[in-house]
Design a protein around this ligand. Structure first.
Ligand SMILES: [Zn+2]
Length: 140
């Protein structure tokens, strides 16, 4: 490895053409996203009125239960005894996708990406993407 006289930089310096926007777009998958950040953002969107029990509708007030709720963990209601998580009774309930997958899927749908490409990146069946697209369209 030799240094150039003018710049002193190595001839082996990585060129900018090794990192192109198209390559980044092609490599982008849910694994690049932060699971906690995606969960936090999604749960805040679907629980804009705060955390409450899906069984009796009572607000969750104590810190310990609130922490479990926003962390996506299972908790039980002290009033009705229902066991639930923050997605119980929501349109996300029963999904096999995690919060990163859902965030990725929704941004892909927002950009009009093809279902087959989105499914490949998430690692799910294209029908899953189509079902989510239909589910979200019905919700509007
Ligand atoms: Zn309850």
């Amino acid at each position: 490895m030799e240094l150039t006289e003018k710049t002193g930089h190595s001839e082996m310096m990585i060129r900018a053409d090794r990192l192109q926007p198209g390559d980044v777009a092609a490599a982008f998958t849910p694994e690049f996203l932060d699971l906690d950040r995606c969960r936090e953002w999604i749960l805040n969107q679907i629980h804009r009125n705060g955390a409450c029990c899906p069984g009796c509708g009572s607000s969750i007030k104590d810190e310990q239960r609130l922490a479990r709720f926003w962390a996506g963990k299972r908790l039980s209601c002290p009033l009705c005894g229902k066991k639930f998580t923050a997605i119980t009774g929501t349109f996300l309930s029963g999904s096999s996708l995690d919060f990163r997958d859902i965030f990725f899927l929704m941004q892909a749908l927002g950009y009009g990406a093809r279902a087959t490409d989105t499914a490949k990146r998430i690692g799910c069946d294209p029908k899953t993407v189509t079902n989510w697209r239909n589910k979200l369209a019905r919700a509007l």
